[in-house]
Ligand binder design. Structure first.
Ligand SMILES: Cc1cc2nc3c(=O)[nH]c(=O)nc-3n(C[C@H](O)[C@H](O)[C@H](O)COP(=O)(O)OP(=O)(O)OC[C@H]3O[C@@H](n4cnc5c(N)ncnc54)[C@H](O)[C@@H]3O)c2cc1C
Length: 333
């Protein structure tokens, strides 16, 4: 069936709903794009007992929710979800399809694009509509040194992934009305290649980096895993979140979820501490919304020092230890 009105689709990734807001952020952006091309904003929700998320998506801006609700879909399996998505997309011919740039989205989106024989731009930092009513997908290119504007003129849907924190979600509006289309789940006749054994939720004790008002970023200049761990002590004292640069992740001093930068998370805190970080564009592109930056680096000429509001030329570990001591004294621990 080819619906009259164009549709902009968003993949409804409701796992860890209260922390992971990327679907809501995409909904807000899609509302803006929909006005320009006169489209309905639709969320695709697959799972079991998902009504509460369906309601949330409508309250956040969806006009239509395409829902597959079946116990067989209670657990995410990439082949099953891709198969259903491709079938429905053939039927509804969405104009645009946006997916959160999470590890899940990075697995799912290219497979859907391949099935639909269309293009996909990964990790867009901006989306707009040009005068030909085509989606302009802005994404870092050539190692992040350039921003490329990419279009998909001939194939549909125009697909993009967007990292969490790139756009702002809209406030709830429980008065909003939307329609829900329930689709029948028909198992993929081809043999399933993935067998689910069990899943475990990673313990998430902290708030999310993207929303933290204090972020403490550490880089290679922290020098060792043991010293890097001190940043977590500091974070606990001042209710902050710890972020890291790529060399830190590669050295396994902390988990990949803390990566801040082009390939990681965008942050926008009131205060950002930067310990032992040089200030490469791939990192600083994701901290430019920080309101106040305090950088600690032993090299006064490091790029980060130029963008900092306060630049401390010193050893990062010593400053970290001194801050921990000072805060402990102040709050009498
Ligand atoms: C495609 C691509 C994507 C990338 N994506 C990301 C990304 O998302 N996030 C990211 O962070 N990087 C990313 N990178 C890597 C990025 O280019 C940089 O290499 C990285 O950000 C550098 O990390 P760093 O500042 O910790 O290390 P370095 O560049 O090695 O800098 C270490 C800094 O610590 C200082 N220092 C050393 N010892 C001390 C000390 N004792 N006290 C104080 N200061 C000290 C040094 O003066 C130096 O300025 C990407 C690269 C590519 C090509």
């Amino acid at each position: 069936m080819n619906t009259q009105k164009k549709q902009i689709w968003i993949f409804g990734d409701y796992r860890n709903y209260f922390q992971n807001r990327v679907t809501l952020q995409l909904l807000a952006k899609a509302r803006e794009l929909a006005q320009k091309i006169n489209a309905d904003v639709c969320v695709l929700v697959m799972g079991h007992n998902t009504q509460e998320y369906v309601d949330e998506y409508i309250a956040h801006g969806a006009d239509i929710v395409h829902s597959f609700d079946h116990k067989e879909l209670a657990v995410y399996k990439v082949d099953k979800f891709v198969h259903l998505t491709a079938q429905l997309a053939h039927q509804y011919q969405p104009e645009i399809f946006l997916i959160g740039g999470t590890s899940f989205g990075h697995e799912y989106a290219p497979r859907v694009a391949k099935r639909l024989q269309t293009g996909l731009t990964a990790d867009c930092v901006a989306l707009s509509i040009n005068d030909k009513q085509i989606l302009v997908q802005t994404a870092p290119a050539f190692g992040g040194n350039l921003l490329a504007e990419i279009i998909t003129p001939d194939h549909r849907p125009q697909m993009a992934t967007v990292r969490p924190g790139t756009f702002q979600e809209l406030p709830h509006d429980y008065e909003r009305k939307g329609s829900v289309i329930q689709h029948d789940y028909l198992a993929n006749p081809s043999k399933e290649r993935i067998r689910w054994i069990r899943s475990e939720r990673e313990p998430q004790t902290e708030q999310s980096l993207e929303k933290a008002s204090v972020v403490i970023c550490g880089g290679r200049g922290m020098q060792s895993k043991k010293k890097f761990k001190k940043l977590f002590d500091l974070a606990r004292l001042i209710c902050g979140e710890v972020g890291a640069t790529r060399p830190v992740i590669y050295s396994r001093w902390t988990s990949p979820e803390t990566l801040v930068g082009q390939a990681g998370k965008q942050v926008a805190p009131q205060i950002l501490f930067s310990f032992g970080i040089s200030g490469a564009i791939q990192h600083t592109a994701a901290i430019s919304d920080a309101k106040f930056i305090i950088a600690i680096n032993k090299n006064p000429h490091a790029t980060i020092m130029k963008m900092a509001d306060v630049a401390i030329v010193s050893d990062a570990n010593q400053v970290c230890s001194a801050l921990i001591k000072a805060f402990k004294k102040r709050i009498r621990i």
